[in-house]
Design a protein around this ligand. Structure first.
Ligand SMILES: *[C@@H]1O[C@H](CO)[C@@H](O)[C@H](O)[C@H]1NC(C)=O
Ligand SMILES: *[C@@H]1O[C@H](CO)[C@@H](O)[C@H](O)[C@H]1NC(C)=O
Ligand SMILES: *[C@@H]1O[C@H](CO)[C@@H](O)[C@H](O)[C@H]1NC(C)=O
Ligand SMILES: *[C@@H]1O[C@H](CO)[C@@H](O)[C@H](O)[C@H]1NC(C)=O
Ligand SMILES: *[C@@H]1O[C@H](CO)[C@@H](O)[C@H](O)[C@H]1NC(C)=O
Ligand SMILES: *[C@@H]1O[C@H](CO)[C@@H](O)[C@H](O)[C@H]1NC(C)=O
Length: 374
């Protein structure tokens, strides 16, 4: 996530071909206009395209980068129920619902909305956001539905990663099952608003990684995150919503964050010169980022060998296992910052770390009992 230019490694990108010749139509559709299998919607500046693509025998409605990287799908509508052939049709029906039907007219996927409007349109914006709105009302506050509220695995500039505390809408990411299967995979990356909000990546229900809380400058677990030439970022936390967002610093450098099918959280940047994505940074930088690696009251320092140590005043409960590099001894723990149970998932940083204060009996850290003088 941070400004780690050292991580400029070439990454392999997954390409697929859109095998049906497609005809682009303008960026929006009204109820009297459908998007059929061999058509696509293209955003006004040509940044993004919406249409059907296939992975082996399955067909999906998705959004990808049109200009720079047609192989990079950033959003998929019908992840759970694919089309079995490329003959589906997308239409917007009154009073403002998007529906994807297969060729027998069976509903495969639909958007939803609790608001009704007279003249609904569906429009693909240049941000990559597919929105349903009233034809005469472009105010984002009044969108009936938007794909940015139901992300797939890609976090794009303009999205809110987090929660609307009033409506309960929770915008989080779910990995693909594999690079050839967009159906929901095991991993989710979600903002946990309890205590001090932080980002938590899970495999199923099991916490695998957390960002640490926002400390006003960055998430405490991303010490390398800072001002850079590729993206700017911020965190909004008020009574209505809590979310993390980022924006492009210069439109000529496109960047996105993705939760990969293997649970890696990676930021990629597009390099025009080589016409490829480069890995810009990874959330998980080393073994110390594995959640709770060192167990309760343990602390991880990647520059130490082995990396796990005990907090001052603590010693390993089962020294033999500890020596054999089983540093946890017990699993579980809470993602909340105010710990009432065991202290877990602590790591040390060379810079941009934060002080940890613990209140404990002086006798437990080998200090003399203080003498009180009246
Ligand atoms: C489709 O509907 C829009 C308004 O919703 C109207 O402007 C347009 O003329 C209609 N097109 C056709 C072919 O009926
Ligand atoms: C593709 O578009 C052509 C017209 O451009 C149309 O005749 C044909 O039926 C379309 N094919 C499908 C599968 O929708
Ligand atoms: C998409 O389908 C075509 C045949 O319809 C096939 O040749 C191609 O390999 C498929 N693409 C992917 C990525 O599976
Ligand atoms: C449309 O979907 C229904 C329900 O899944 C299925 O029974 C039907 O065969 C599908 N039609 C086509 C042409 O795939
Ligand atoms: C829309 O659908 C999602 C997912 O199915 C659901 O969580 C949400 O409550 C629905 N919203 C409305 C306004 O119906
Ligand atoms: C954005 O990047 C382009 C190409 O590298 C450069 O020419 C331009 O000056 C940059 N704009 C800003 C505001 O930095």
């Amino acid at each position: 996530m941070g400004d780690s230019a050292v991580l400029l490694l070439l990454c392999s990108t997954i390409f697929f071909s859109i095998s049906i010749p497609s005809k682009s139509i303008p960026d929006s559709i009204t109820p009297n206009r459908t998007v059929t299998a061999n058509e696509t919607l293209v955003s006004s500046q040509g940044n993004f395209e919406l249409g059907l693509f296939n992975k082996s025998k399955n067909w999906y409605l998705g959004i990808w980068y049109k200009k720079i990287s047609p192989g990079t799908v950033v959003w998929v509508a019908n992840r759970v129920v694919p089309l079995t052939d490329p003959s589906g049709v997308l239409r917007i029906v009154n009073p403002g619902i998007l529906v994807l039907l297969n060729s027998s007219g069976t509903l495969i996927w639909s958007s939803n909305s609790s608001t009704l409007v007279l003249n609904p349109i569906a429009q693909l914006l240049d941000s990559g956001n597919l929105v349903v709105r009233d034809q005469n009302d472009p105010d984002p506050e009044n969108f009936l539905w938007q794909s940015f509220d139901y992300p797939s695995d890609n976090f794009l500039p303009g999205m809110k990663f987090g929660k609307n505390l009033k409506t309960g809408l929770d915008r989080y990411f779910t990995s693909w099952k594999s690079s050839g299967d967009p159906s929901p995979g095991d991993f989710t990356y979600r903002l946990d608003p309890s205590g001090d909000p932080q980002l938590i990546m899970r495999s199923g229900d099991v916490v695998k990684f957390r960002s640490g809380p926002w400390n006003g400058l960055r998430f405490s677990g991303f010490p390398q995150m800072g001002p850079n030439t590729v993206y700017a970022f911020g965190f909004v936390f008020n009574q209505e919503e809590v979310y993390y967002y980022f924006t492009l610093v210069n439109d000529s450098i496109v960047t996105r964050l993705v939760l990969n099918p293997n649970g890696q959280i990676q930021r990629f940047a597009w390099v025009d010169r080589t016409r490829g994505w480069v890995l810009y940074s990874s959330a998980q930088t080393d073994n110390c980022d594995t959640y709770a690696l060192c167990g309760a009251y343990g602390t991880c320092n990647i520059n130490r060998s082995p990396p796990c140590g005990c907090l001052k005043g603590f010693e390993a409960k089962f020294q033999q296992d500890w020596d054999k590099a089983d540093w946890s001894l017990m699993g579980g723990g809470s993602g909340c910052l105010i710990w009432f149970g065991d202290l877990i998932d602590i790591r040390e940083y060379i810079e941009n770390g934060q002080d940890l204060y613990m209140r404990m009996a002086a006798s437990e850290i080998g200090m003399e009992q203080p003498t009180f003088i009246n």
